[in-house]
Design a protein around this ligand. Structure first.
Ligand SMILES: O=C(O)c1cccc(C(=O)CC[C@H]2O[C@@H](n3cnc4c(=O)[nH]cnc43)[C@H](O)[C@@H]2O)c1
Length: 217
């Protein structure tokens, strides 16, 4: 069974070597037992790419990986690699109360109702945790990035999250809806809310992704 790897940009997966193909105008690579797709930045791109691929190909396991910002209070350092235990969709619903405040679940699977928090697949995440020796954290996803430390601190406190990104909650939600086992791996490239790119360490974060992902491919 193939492992489907997704990353928002090709730069985050520059270390992967495989046979190139095009998927709806985006980059793809095929290797032994895995396929990688560039899914594009943001929630809609990610959910669409996963759903379009899953519609035509049999996949059971999928891993989203990429760079992310760490909230200052998380204790995480630039270059740390972490796995998501759950993802928070922080854009949906009302400001105080999310989708519960609006009175609708975002997703129903069987008897379970999900509002703004989506778990990643427990068994796959546990397996990756054992194989890679990485900690689990709560990730938060927004369309807009935190633009200053105050905004970042408020989000982190409100949702009890450690890591900020722009795709993961959509990935987690789409996996649950499609019945796919999904896990998410991120490496910290910056402190969330710090826009000064001279303080970002994208190369260091991609090296951390490389060290982890190459153990799985
Ligand atoms: O210009 C900015 O202020 C800015 C802030 C955060 C991220 C960006 C990007 O261009 C990268 C977006 C890309 O990387 C992930 N990412 C990395 N760091 C963060 C973050 O602090 N907050 C949210 N997303 C982040 C994200 O998942 C995208 O794929 C520019």
């Amino acid at each position: 069974m193939k492992l489907l790897l997704l990353s928002p940009t090709r730069f985050e997966a520059a270390f992967l070597k495989g046979r190139k193909f095009d998927f709806h105008g985006r980059a793809g690579l095929r290797g032994e037992g895995w396929v990688w797709l560039e899914c594009g930045i943001g929630k809609v791109n990610t959910a669409m790419t996963l759903a379009a691929y899953a519609q035509r190909h049999r996949i059971e396991r999928t891993l989203l990986f990429g760079i992310a910002g760490a909230y200052a209070e998380s204790g995480l350092q630039i270059g740390d690699a972490v796995l998501a235990e759950k993802e928070v969709q922080a854009d949906l619903g009302v400001r105080d109360g999310g989708m519960k405040g609006l009175g609708f679940p975002t997703l129903a699977v069987g008897d379970s109702r999900f509002h703004n928090r989506f778990p990643l697949d427990k068994a796959l995440t546990h397996e990756l945790q054992q194989r890679l020796g990485l900690p689990l954290h709560t990730f938060l996803t927004r369309d807009l990035v935190s633009e200053n430390p105050t905004e970042a601190r408020e989000l982190s406190r409100k949702w009890e999250a450690d890591v900020e990104n722009m795709e993961g909650a959509a990935f987690a939600q789409a996996c649950m809806w499609l019945g796919l086992a999904g896990a998410e791996l991120r490496a910290v490239s910056n402190v969330a809310g710090v826009r000064d790119k001279s303080q970002w360490r994208i190369r260091q974060a991609v090296e951390a992704l490389e060290a982890a992902v190459l153990k799985l491919t």
